[in-house]
Design a protein around this ligand. Structure first.
Ligand code: PLP
Length: 287
């Protein structure tokens, strides 16, 4: 395996960054998680656009053009001879003083790792997930807007810990107003009487690439989809519920806080969208 570090390929075992990198010291940086399906880097352009937006939002200048980085990602996949993979693209502020001030960091680090993908087991796609709601809240857009995919993922990690302690693998975060925001690393959809709902970004969620792919699919397949805030009441009384994310793809939720959602199994619209999504992933992207 080869890792791209600032334009050079380094063996996985030898790939390293400085302990003085502000990405390590302060979580000062941004990242993307991207999938490769049969050699197609799924919606690479969209991931890169989100990365550049995240970077711009924290005043971090990526030392490559978007076209150069696109080529670097495709090249890294090719060099590793992977046809199905997970890519982690990281841009950190780089080495600086033991001070918060990024003005000392003149050398942002750009890293591309292409590796095996870890997914939920097949059984979970067939039976659906049991999840819980947790005490950790999603911050509503403020200085650290949840739309920034930053290296500060402690909030999401706490959600994961709280989920694990409740004996499940994923959880839902509400925002401070009590609206459903998202999972620890996934967006949420519910289906009620044939209409799909997903929280708008301003509720406090990442603009998921998979979420957008599902919205696009809904439009193509003539499912009505609304971006509207909703509460736990709407989740508990939904006919179907599912999560979307680069790693999870589309996965049904059948139980939230011990309450059965719909029929307690993946619903027909969820299954249809998963099927269509899996057709899309090998063609919609960059080779
Ligand atoms: N929400 C958060 C907090 C995430 O980290 C992710 C993963 O990237 C998502 C949602 C899903 O977004 P995407 O579909 O782009 O992977």
């Amino acid at each position: 395996r080869w890792v791209f570090i600032n334009g050079k390929y380094v063996k996985k075992e030898e790939a390293s960054v400085s302990i003085f990198d502000h990405g390590f010291l302060y979580g000062d940086g941004v990242f993307e998680g991207i999938r490769v399906y049969e050699g197609n880097v799924f919606r690479l352009r969209e991931h890169l656009e989100r990365l550049y937006d995240s970077a711009r939002s924290i005043l971090l200048e990526i030392p490559y053009t978007i076209d150069e980085l696109e080529e670097a990602v495709v090249d890294t996949v090719r060099k590793n001879e992977l046809s199905n993979a997970y890519i982690r693209l990281i841009v950190s502020r780089g080495v600086g003083e033991l001070s918060l001030d990024p003005a000392q960091c003149s050398d942002p680090q750009v890293i591309i790792i292409a590796d095996q993908v870890t997914m939920f087991p097949q059984e979970r796609y067939e039976k659906g997930l049991n999840i819980v709601t947790v005490p950790t809240r999603r911050n509503v857009p403020d200085a650290l807007n949840p739309k920034i995919k930053s290296l500060n993922y402690l909030n999401n990690i706490l959600v994961k810990i709280e989920a694990n302690r409740a004996g499940v693998g994923e959880a839902l975060m509400l925002n401070h107003d009590g609206y459903v925001a998202e999972g620890s690393g996934d967006n949420i959809f519910i289906v009620k009487r044939g209409v799909l709902f997903t929280p708008p970004g301003y509720v406090g969620a990442l603009d998921g690439i998979t979420r957008q792919a599902i919205i696009d699919l809904c439009n193509r397949l003539s499912y009505e989809v609304k971006q509207e805030p909703f509460t736990l009441h709407d989740v508990f009384t939904a006919d179907e519920c599912f999560l979307t994310g680069t790693a999870a793809e589309v996965i049904a939720v059948v139980d939230v806080d011990g309450r059965t959602i719909g029929e307690g199994k993946p619903g027909p619209i969820t299954n249809h969208l998963l099927e269509e999504f899996r057709k899309l992933v090998t063609v919609d992207g960059t080779r």
